[in-house]
Design a binder for this molecule. Structure first.
Ligand code: NAD
Length: 373
């Protein structure tokens, strides 16, 4: 069994495995080959991988002689032929990339996309969405504090009193909760919206105010994810958000609906009412953003409001992000590799089945097959 780790595309700083996680594999007798400089942007040099018995190779050698290829992002189209009949593990957003998945299936690639893992208790140790969202939420609050031209905490000094920053957080999932905790530690006063009433207690225990909007669609059967809301709910929710946003200095938006475009929660009218100098960090940018002016991977200014569109804030902390991602990958590989280092795919296991997109020349994931028809 040989595992190959690819260097990510230029825009990515993270790497699938750090030396610590590689060591856990090589100790089991599994060969690990690392593309030269794959870990450099996450501050792991080639010699640190070599110390834990990995072998440094060229990209084409890794592609050619590995059974399992680890790559967070899809390898280039021109390389895909080299992946024929191999196993590919990463985060490929198959709900948005169905035709690419079909191409990979046609080549007999077995594809595991960890963003499709069912969100069950057993899956938590390999839940890459959670580990990375945690970092994104933390960094969203830090970034907002650094861009904002005023203080976060309240100060009473001889030179005058500074009021605490008012932070509004839309979406209290993994990222939103971490953003609340971080902004609170910095001394801000926080209001929060979410469509899942179950998060109210968590929000309040972090010291923030939860603003309820009655009549949200029941998401209890959506596997931990939010569902689309009715027009009536969205209208009433927007009216309440408009009240909060007019007072807010910082808005952190994280609202997403799995596999769909992110909901627009902040309208242009609301942006017009925001204070000059206020800041929005939109981490739902990659799926369209929670505002109509968000641009993914760009910072725009709208009438004095700075709007940062960034769904990859975890890449600004590549060392910790790779450490956590690598631990998730290791836990996932423990599901598909036996103690003796042999590949064993148990299709009765909901985690194996739920994250596998293509196998044996076919798309095998029900949700992805449903897009096709
Ligand atoms: P996400 O990134 O898909 O969405 C972020 C948040 O936006 C969610 O809390 C969602 O309810 C909220 N949202 C969606 N539409 C909204 C709207 N119109 N207005 C306001 N908020 C809106 O979610 P996530 O952070 O990945 O996960 C959400 C939840 O899933 C977690 O809090 C947890 O309960 C569950 N979860 C379970 C596991 C597990 O058991 N393995 C792992 C991760 C998450």
């Amino acid at each position: 069994m040989t595992i190959g780790l690819l260097k990510e595309p230029d825009f990515e700083t993270r790497v699938s495995l750090i030396p610590e996680t590689v060591a856990a594999l090589t100790k089991k007798g599994i060969s690990v080959q690392i593309e030269k400089d794959a870990g450099v942007k996450a501050f792991w040099n080639n010699d640190e991988y070599e110390k834990v018995k990995a072998v440094i190779k060229s990209r084409s050698e890794v592609l050619q002689s590995s059974d399992i290829i680890l790559s967070i992002h899809p390898p280039a189209d021109s390389e895909i032929e080299k992946l024929k009949s191999k196993i590919l593990i990463g985060v490929y957003q198959p709900l948005f990339n169905q035709s690419l998945m079909q191409q990979w299936a046609n080549l007999g690639i077995t594809v595991f996309s960890l963003d499709m893992l069912p969100r069950t208790t057993r899956a938590q140790v390999m839940d890459v969405l959670s580990s990375q969202a945690n970092i994104a939420g933390y960094k969203a609050a830090i970034l907002a504090a650094s861009i904002y031209s005023r203080y976060f905490p309240m100060f009473m000094t001889a030179a005058g009193t500074i009021a605490p920053a008012k932070v509004l957080i839309l979406g209290a999932g993994v990222a939103g909760l971490q953003a609340i905790a971080t902004a609170r530690r910095l001394g801000a006063v926080i209001e929060v919206f979410d469509t899942r009433p179950a998060v109210k207690d968590e929000v309040m225990s972090l010291g923030a105010k939860f603003i309820e909007v009655e009549g949200a669609a029941d998401a209890s059967k959506a596997g931990g994810y939010a569902v689309e809301q009715t027009e009536d709910f969205m209208k009433r929710q927007k009216a309440k958000i408009a009240e909060s946003i007019a007072k807010a200095d910082i808005v952190i938006t994280t609202a997403q609906i799995h596999g769909k475009k992110a909901p627009i929660l902040i309208t242009e009218e609301m942006l017009n009412r925001m204070r000059n100098g206020s800041v929005i960090i939109d981490i739902a940018a990659a799926t369209g953003g929670n505002t109509p002016v968000t641009k993914n991977n760009e910072t725009v200014t709208y009438k004095g409001v700075t709007i940062v569109g960034n769904s990859n804030l975890q890449a600004t902390m590549p060392s910790d992000a790779s450490k956590m991602y690598g631990k998730n990958i290791l836990n996932f590989m423990n599901l598909i590799i036996t103690k003796e280092g042999q590949l064993s795919l148990n299709w009765e296991d909901d985690l194996v089945k739920g994250s596998c997109i293509a196998h044996n020349g076919e798309l095998v994931h029900d949700k992805i097959k449903a897009i096709e028809s």
